[in-house]
Design a protein around this ligand. Structure first.
Ligand code: FES
Length: 69
Protein backbone atom coordinates (compact mmCIF):
# COMPACT_ATOMS: atom_id res chain seq x y z
CA UNK A 1 0.00 0.00 0.00
CA UNK A 2 1.30 3.44 -0.88
CA UNK A 3 1.19 5.73 2.14
CA UNK A 4 2.83 8.78 0.62
CA UNK A 5 1.44 9.40 -2.84
CA UNK A 6 3.70 12.39 -3.48
CA UNK A 7 6.87 10.36 -3.05
CA UNK A 8 5.46 6.88 -3.73
CA UNK A 9 6.52 5.52 -0.37
CA UNK A 10 4.83 2.30 0.74
CA UNK A 11 3.91 1.21 4.27
CA UNK A 12 6.38 -1.66 3.91
CA UNK A 13 9.17 0.73 3.09
CA UNK A 14 8.38 2.84 6.17
CA UNK A 15 8.10 -0.27 8.37
CA UNK A 16 11.41 -1.60 7.08
CA UNK A 17 13.17 1.62 8.07
CA UNK A 18 11.39 1.82 11.44
CA UNK A 19 12.52 -1.71 12.27
CA UNK A 20 16.09 -0.68 11.58
CA UNK A 21 15.66 1.75 14.46
CA UNK A 22 15.07 4.97 12.50
CA UNK A 23 12.68 7.52 13.99
CA UNK A 24 10.04 9.39 12.06
CA UNK A 25 12.35 12.32 11.34
CA UNK A 26 15.05 10.02 10.00
CA UNK A 27 12.58 8.19 7.79
CA UNK A 28 11.18 11.49 6.58
CA UNK A 29 14.68 12.55 5.61
CA UNK A 30 15.56 9.21 4.00
CA UNK A 31 12.37 8.62 2.02
CA UNK A 32 10.95 12.12 1.67
CA UNK A 33 7.68 10.93 3.19
CA UNK A 34 5.39 13.75 4.43
CA UNK A 35 7.62 16.45 2.99
CA UNK A 36 5.27 17.63 0.26
CA UNK A 37 1.52 17.85 0.89
CA UNK A 38 1.77 16.37 4.39
CA UNK A 39 -1.43 14.32 4.08
CA UNK A 40 0.39 11.09 4.78
CA UNK A 41 2.06 12.28 7.96
CA UNK A 42 -0.30 10.83 10.59
CA UNK A 43 -0.49 7.52 8.75
CA UNK A 44 3.28 7.37 8.40
CA UNK A 45 3.73 8.19 12.10
CA UNK A 46 1.32 5.41 13.05
CA UNK A 47 3.36 2.88 11.11
CA UNK A 48 6.59 4.06 12.75
CA UNK A 49 4.95 3.95 16.21
CA UNK A 50 3.64 0.43 15.68
CA UNK A 51 7.03 -0.84 14.57
CA UNK A 52 8.89 0.86 17.41
CA UNK A 53 6.51 -0.32 20.11
CA UNK A 54 6.05 -3.92 19.03
CA UNK A 55 9.42 -5.15 20.31
CA UNK A 56 9.56 -3.42 23.74
CA UNK A 57 5.96 -4.45 24.50
CA UNK A 58 6.78 -8.07 23.73
CA UNK A 59 9.85 -7.87 25.96
CA UNK A 60 7.77 -6.42 28.83
CA UNK A 61 5.20 -9.21 28.49
CA UNK A 62 7.90 -11.87 28.65
CA UNK A 63 9.41 -10.19 31.74
CA UNK A 64 6.01 -10.00 33.47
CA UNK A 65 5.25 -13.61 32.65
CA UNK A 66 8.46 -14.87 34.22
CA UNK A 67 7.75 -12.87 37.39
CA UNK A 68 4.37 -14.44 37.96
CA UNK A 69 5.34 -18.04 37.22
S1 FES B 1 1.28 12.08 0.35
FE1 FES B 1 3.11 12.22 1.46
S2 FES B 1 3.73 14.27 1.22
FE2 FES B 1 1.96 14.10 0.00
Amino acid sequence: MIVCVCHRVSDREIARHAKLGLGFDDIQFELGVATQCGQCESCARDIVDQCCKSQPVAAIRIAEGSHHV
